[in-house]
Design a protein around this ligand. Structure first.
Ligand code: SF4
Length: 155
């Protein structure tokens, strides 16, 4: 059975920067969880960052990730992304469900670096690395797309 990576916060783990989770109400996810198809992972926690932790955003036009005081978190976020890729390789994972808007996990949108809540098109560090290695990255809002592909024989 093909495994799917999922952001840990989407699977009821309270690992977000604010100490909360981002639970999803989805029969599709429930089914995949019961099947044992889902592998959950939080790149930021696995990189050694605490929970709760500072709110970090990608600084546009750079590869830097900073909190509101300008403290640099780039190394930790990149380490988390590499650990996530290693996990995907270990399980032969080709598909990831990643929490939208996160500076690690956002697959199509991220916050714009102004710490005002504004979002812009873009990818978080982990999503970008996985995508560059050929792993399909989707937000939690695109489960139907993944489901349609898994319905193909042999998946
Ligand atoms: Fe969720 Fe990803 Fe943020 Fe971890 S890094 S809390 S998995 S969005």
């Amino acid at each position: 059975m093909e495994k799917i990576l999922i952001s840990a916060c989407l699977l009821r783990q309270k690992v977000r920067y604010n100490g909360r989770d981002l639970p999803q109400s989805s029969p599709i996810l429930e089914c995949w969880e019961k099947e044992g198809r889902l592998v959950s992972f939080c790149p930021e926690v696995e990189a050694g960052l605490p929970t709760p932790r500072a709110c970090v955003e990608i600084i546009p036009g750079t590869e830097r990730l900073e909190d509101e005081t300008g403290k640099d978190y780039s190394d930790a976020f990149q380490r988390g992304a590499r650990l996530c890729l290693e996990l995907c390789r270990r399980y032969g994972i080709k598909t990831a469900i990643l929490a939208e808007n996160s500076p690690s996990c956002g697959s199509t949108m991220v916050y714009d670096g102004s710490f005002t809540g504004r979002k812009i098109p873009g990818q978080g560090v982990t999503a970008a690395l996985l995508a560059s290695e050929g792993i399909r990255v989707y937000s939690q809002h695109k489960l139907d797309k993944i489901s349609a592909r898994l319905d193909e024989p042999g998946k």
